[in-house]
Design a protein around this ligand. Structure first.
Ligand SMILES: [Fe+2]
Length: 168
């Protein structure tokens, strides 16, 4: 994201720019999840990705709602950070034949994505509050809570898979 863009002068500008960043990121995630669903072997992981695809569509709508509440048009701005995370995930997953190892790679990639979203939403919520927009903050908080819940489920799956492998 262009933090040094000359168009960003105020906290409000920064808030809108970061909203555009997460809007772009959510849309890229929406595009990449079907591929992750088809690659996942573990039924719980597959189901988790399917659920998160539905949630992601809801996240996009909520971000659009915040754009509207803030009186700016909904649009994305290129986010090389999320593109990099997704690109790296595709590269790693593309090289793995072992199904269990592939699932582990998918979990790791998904957690990197979730952590990116968690940091962005956390920042946006704080800035919204500072701008006196508690209404925007509470909508964004709903997305943050779902990202955190997804991350927690992924951690549980990663741990159960480790146990599974250790038992073999
Ligand atoms: Fe999301």
């Amino acid at each position: 994201m262009g933090f040094f863009s000359k168009d960003i002068k105020s906290l409000d500008d920064l808030f809108v720019h970061t909203l555009q960043d997460i809007y772009y990121a959510e849309k890229q995630i929406e595009k990449s999840l079907p591929d992750m669903i088809s690659k996942a072997t573990n039924p719980q992981l597959k189901q988790g990705f399917e659920k998160h695809l539905d949630e992601t569509k809801g996240h996009i709508q909520r971000v659009e709602q915040v754009f509207q509440m803030h009186g700016v048009p909904a649009k994305g701005v290129d986010c090389p950070a999320i593109d990099g995370i997704i690109e790296e995930a595709d590269e790693v997953a593309g090289d793995v034949d072992d199904k269990q190892v592939l699932d582990a790679a998918l979990i790791a990639a998904a957690q990197a994505v979730e952590h990116y979203e968690i940091t962005r939403y956390g920042t946006l919520i704080e800035w919204a509050k500072q701008l006196g927009r508690d209404d925007c903050a509470s909508v964004l908080k709903q997305n943050l809570e779902e990202e955190k819940a997804t991350d927690k489920k992924l951690t549980e799956l990663a741990e159960s898979k480790v146990n599974l492998q250790a038992a073999q």
